[in-house]
Design a protein around this ligand. Structure first.
Ligand SMILES: *Cc1c(COP(=O)(O)O)cnc(C)c1O
Length: 387
C-alpha cells in the first residue's frame, strides 16, 4: 500500500468478497468472521433485505442534501429512536459524538463535560478530547478544553458530577478499552446523579447498539435513561452512517443553521439502515440472546479456565477474552487467521469477539473450538518457556 498513509498496521491478506458470515481473500480462502468489520456488518455479507433496499435506492437518487425533506430519514428515525427522541443523521461514530457534545453545550449553556478513563469516543478533535486514552491524544494538543475524566466503575466518579457540567458521556461497555461492562449499580448511581444535578447523560452506543448485546441498545439492560444516544457502526451494515438521538426538548438548541452535514442522512446509507432496523425485531433479538448464551457457555467451559486467560467479559455478541501478559494478543490473532478465523484485539491484551448477529450456532461453536485450541497451544508454549 505505497500510496496510503500508514495509519494502520495491516494484515497480509485483502478480503475481496463475502457471503453469509464468511469473508474471502484474493486466494479464495474462506474466513469465519468474528469481527463484523469492527462491529459493523451484523447482518453479514448476503442479506437480501438490505441488498434489495440499497439496490432499489441506487436506481432512484443517491443524494439530495438536507435542504429537502426525506421520508426515508423520518422512517429510519422512527425505527431507531426511543419514544420521545429525535434523530440527527451523520456519517460515523465520531460525528455522532461531535453532534452530542455540541448539542449538550448549546442546550445547557455550560462548557464542561465529564468522560471516563479508558473510554473511546472517536478520532476527531471533540470526540478525541473525550477519549480517555492518552495514547490516542499524543501529538495532537491542544485538545478541546473543558473535558474532565473520572475513573470508570468507581464510586469516586460520582463526586465529579455536579451542576457545572453540561453532560456526562460514557459507554455502558467500554469496547476499545477492553470490553469492560459498567457495574449496574454504579451506572444507575451515575445516571441518578446526572438527573439530580441537571446534567445531560450521553450514552455512546456506537459499538454496543443495534442489537450487538442482545437488545437494541445496551443501556436497556442497565435500567438507565439517557438524554442523548449516539450510534453508528452496525447501523448501515457497512455503509457509512451515524446518528445522534436526543430528547425532543433538546431541539430548541438545534434549530436551522446550528449544525449540519453535507452527506449525513444520504439516501443510500439510509436505505441500508432501514433494512437493518426492519430486521432488528424483538423476535430476532431473542435469537441473538439465545445464541449468545450458547456462545458464552461454550467459552466459559472451554476457554475461561485456560492458564493464560484471566477472565471473560462482555454481553451478547460483544465478548472480551482477557489474556495474561505472557502471550501477545496480536500473536493469537495472527495464528487464528492462519486457521481461517478472524478476531480483534482491544486494550489490555484482550481478544475481542464481535461476530455477525446472524451467525449460526454451529459456526459460533466452531470458532470457540479454534480459539480453545489456539490458546491451549499458546499456554503450552508459555509453559515450556517457563520450565
Ligand atoms: C468505533 C467507536 C467510535 C468511533 O466511531 P467511528 O465511526 O470510527 O468514528 C465511537 N465510540 C465508540 C464507543 C466506538 O466503538
Amino acid at each position: 500500500m505505497t500510496h496510503i498513509f500508514p495509519t494502520y498496521q495491516q494484515f497480509p491478506m485483502e478480503l475481496v468478497s463475502g457471503h453469509d458470515w464468511y469473508l474471502v481473500d484474493q486466494a479464495g480462502h474462506d474466513y469465519l468472521d468474528f469481527t463484523s468489520g469492527i462491529g459493523v456488518c451484523s447482518f453479514g455479507y448476503s442479506n437480501d433485505q438490505i441488498q434489495t433496499n440499497v439496490v432499489a435506492q441506487l436506481g432512484k437518487v443517491w443524494h439530495t442534501s438536507n435542504l429537502y425533506p426525506s421520508q426515508l430519514q423520518d422512517q429510519v428515525a422512527d425505527l431507531l429512536a426511543p419514544q420521545g427522541m429525535l434523530a440527527f443523521f451523520c456519517n460515523s461514530g465520531t460525528e455522532a459524538n461531535e453532534a452530542a457534545f455540541k448539542l449538550a453545550r448549546k442546550y445547557t449553556g455550560k462548557a464542561k463535560i465529564l468522560a471516563f478513563k479508558n473510554g473511546f469516543h472517536g478520532r476527531t478533535f471533540g470526540s478525541m478530547s473525550l477519549t480517555g486514552n492518552p495514547a490516542i491524544q499524543t501529538g495532537f494538543t491542544p485538545l478541546v478544553p473543558g473535558v474532565e475524566f473520572a475513573p470508570y466503575n468507581e464510586t469516586a466518579a460520582l463526586d465529579q458530577i455536579n451542576d457545572e457540567l453540561a453532560a456526562v458521556i460514557l459507554e455502558v461497555i467500554q469496547g476499545e478499552g477492553g470490553v469492560i461492562p459498567a457495574d449496574v449499580d454504579w451506572l444507575q448511581a451515575v445516571a441518578k446523579k446526572c438527573h439530580d444535578q441537571g446534567v445531560l447523560l450521553i450514552i455512546d452506543e456506537v459499538q454496543t447498539g443495534i442489537g450487538r448485546t442482545g437488545t437494541k441498545f445496551a443501556y436497556q439492560q442497565f435500567n438507565v435513561e439517557p438524554d442523548i444516544i449516539t450510534c453508528a457502526k452496525a447501523l448501515g451494515n457497512g455503509l457509512p452512517i451515524g446518528a445522534m438521538l436526543g430528547k425532543k426538548e433538546l431541539a430548541v438548541a438545534f434549530g436551522p443553521g446550528s449544525h449540519g452535514t453535507t452527506f449525513g442522512g444520504n439516501k443510500i446509507a439510509l436505505a441500508a439502515a432501514k433494512g437493518v432496523l426492519q430486521q432488528l425485531t424483538p423476535a430476532f433479538l431473542k435469537t441473538v440472546q439465545a445464541k449468545s448464551h450458547t456462545l458464552l457457555a461454550a467459552l466459559n467451559k472451554q476457554v475461561a479456565d485456560l492458564p493464560i486467560v484471566t477472565q471473560i467479559t462482555g454481553l451478547g455478541f460483544m465478548i472480551g477474552i482477557h489474556l495474561t501478559p505472557s502471550v501477545k494478543v496480536a500473536h493469537v490473532i495472527a495464528h487464528l487467521q492462519q486457521q481461517r478465523l478472524l478476531t480483534l484485539s482491544a486494550e489490555h491484551n484482550t481478544l475481542r469477539l464481535l461476530p455477525p448477529l446472524v451467525m449460526s450456532e454451529s459456526d459460533l461453536l466452531a470458532g470457540v473450538q479454534l480459539i480453545q485450541t489456539e490458546l491451549q497451544q499458546q499456554a503450552a508454549s508459555v509453559d515450556s518457556l517457563v520450565n
